[in-house]
Ligand binder design. Structure first.
Ligand SMILES: [Zn+2]
Ligand SMILES: [Zn+2]
Length: 436
């Protein structure tokens, strides 16, 4: 009896080990059936569970661990199909900066080659850079409103993008306000003025074509009105209810797809109407009120006012999604941690039981008519800008603004130290640059 029990135990171990071996081998050709071999040599298998089956013909000829398909998105490795959209979350957080989550930013890529950035909140330019997309393709930004967590990195994309290969103006669309001073045009005219020293100092040093902003301000009260129509893509806007008059949401229509990006808002009837039936619908979903009090240190009064009246509470987010019934609902604008996600999810699920993504930075959605595939991007932190898609234009050195005599007179003499570098580069690139 004891012997039978021991045999049974051995067989069980063998089955488990054979399973593990098969898993590790993946698709590698195995001439001998592992279970049969294991049964013949149970002790040998038990002692060396992580080795491939011994075989005189193949031993030492291949590694037993074979590559298997990975289920993540590696930037710059996948072409987009002609009937496919890809959305990448480049910022899902809050106005308060944190390493894990930049503030609102979404990159939408279409199968026709077009790319659009919706919001460019604080910290998000870094996420955009990780996607390794040539900056000439990142020239269209749509702002939902003028809170810094929705446009705080516009300067980084504007200047850094021009420096790294955007050889054309950065085009920005954004809403008007109740007064001209609260509109996008006023904000960006003054942002451009704030960058006077930065931009003046770059004159004559690099390709000058990217250092221009082209701003289109549209009426924030437009009801699903067209604000962009190019290359088979139509983008519309409608109002949101948030903080002051002015915020909006966007609808993108292309190739039979409907994508909706909702900026910050109290749940509103326009979103309920115009976002209906979207393939993918993004809507803000704020931190649950108890977490705002306990973790964000809001007073209960402020937590209720901000978390339910200025923004959309998770329960309300769920209600909105139950009305519009998208193929995929995407929630953002909360700190997504191990101890906050459950309460967000539980509260949403009191009012919505459809497809849901609780977003985090670098979440990726591939959308076709047949499926919506959700993955995470894995990015290279050592990323450099991709090459420009067109030949860089040499700047006119005569446009450089000189130092004053007082400042240039403070230079140490480095001519001898630097001449070898000039000689090296002049020789390598067959140019004739001289030190100033
Ligand atoms: Zn806001
Ligand atoms: Zn916000």
């Amino acid at each position: 009896m004891a012997i039978i029990e021991r045999s049974a135990l051995n067989l069980l171990s063998v089955a488990v080990i054979a399973g593990i071996s098969g898993y590790m081998l993946g698709c590698a050709p195995v001439e001998r059936e592992p279970a049969a071999q294991a049964a013949a040599e149970p002790n040998a298998q038990q002692e060396q569970p992580d080795q491939a089956p011994e075989d005189a013909d193949t031993a030492g000829q291949y590694s037993p661990v074979k590559a298997r398909a990975r289920d993540f998105y590696a930037p710059n490795t996948e072409d987009l199909g002609p009937d496919e959209m890809r959305l990448i979350a480049c910022g899902t957080g809050m106005p308060t900066a944190r390493p894990k989550q930049a503030a609102s930013c979404w990159l939408l890529e279409l199968g026709n080659g077009d790319k659009f950035i919706f919001d460019i909140g604080t910290g998000s330019a870094e996420r955009v850079s990780a996607l390794q997309i040539p900056y000439n393709y990142l020239d269209k930004v749509f702002l939902s409103h003028l809170h810094t967590d929705h446009f705080g990195d516009l300067d980084a994309l504007f200047v850094g993008g021009a420096l790294a290969g955007r050889q054309k103006p950065l085009r920005v669309w954004g809403p008007s306000g109740e007064t001209p001073e609260r509109g996008t045009k006023y904000a960006l005219d003054h942002l451009r003025k704030a960058l006077t020293w930065d931009l003046d100092g770059r004159q004559g040093l690099t390709d000058p074509r990217g250092y221009h902003l082209e701003v289109t301000e549209f009426d924030y009260m437009g009801m699903n009105e067209v604000i962009y129509q190019e290359n088979g893509v139509t983008i519309r806007s409608f109002p949101a209810i948030h903080s002051l008059d002015g915020p909006v949401s966007f609808v993108v229509e292309w190739n039979g797809f409907k994508f909706v990006f909702g900026g910050d808002t109290y749940p509103n009837k326009w979103y309920a109407k115009y976002a209906k039936g979207a393939d993918l619908a993004i809507h803000e979903c704020f931190i649950a009120v108890p977490d705002m009090i306990e973790k964000f240190k809001f007073t209960p009064q402020s937590a209720l006012a901000v978390g339910t009246q200025i923004h959309t509470a998770p329960e309300a987010f769920g209600k909105v999604m139950s009305i519009i019934k998208p193929r995929m609902a995407v929630a953002y604008h909360f700190f997504k941690d191990f101890d906050t996600t459950a309460s967000i999810s539980d509260r949403i699920r009191t009012t919505y039981d459809g497809p849901l993504s609780l977003s985090i930075d670098y979440m990726v959605w591939n959308i076709t008519k047949d499926e919506i595939r959700v993955r995470m991007a894995v990015v290279d932190e050592d990323v450099w800008p991709p090459p420009a898609t067109e030949k860089p234009q040499l700047p006119d050195a005569a446009t450089r603004i000189p130092y004053s005599d007082a400042i240039s007179g403070g230079k140490l003499d480095m001519k001898k130290v630097l001449q070898p570098t000039y000689d090296e580069i002049n020789k390598q690139y067959r140019i004739h640059e001289k030190q100033e």
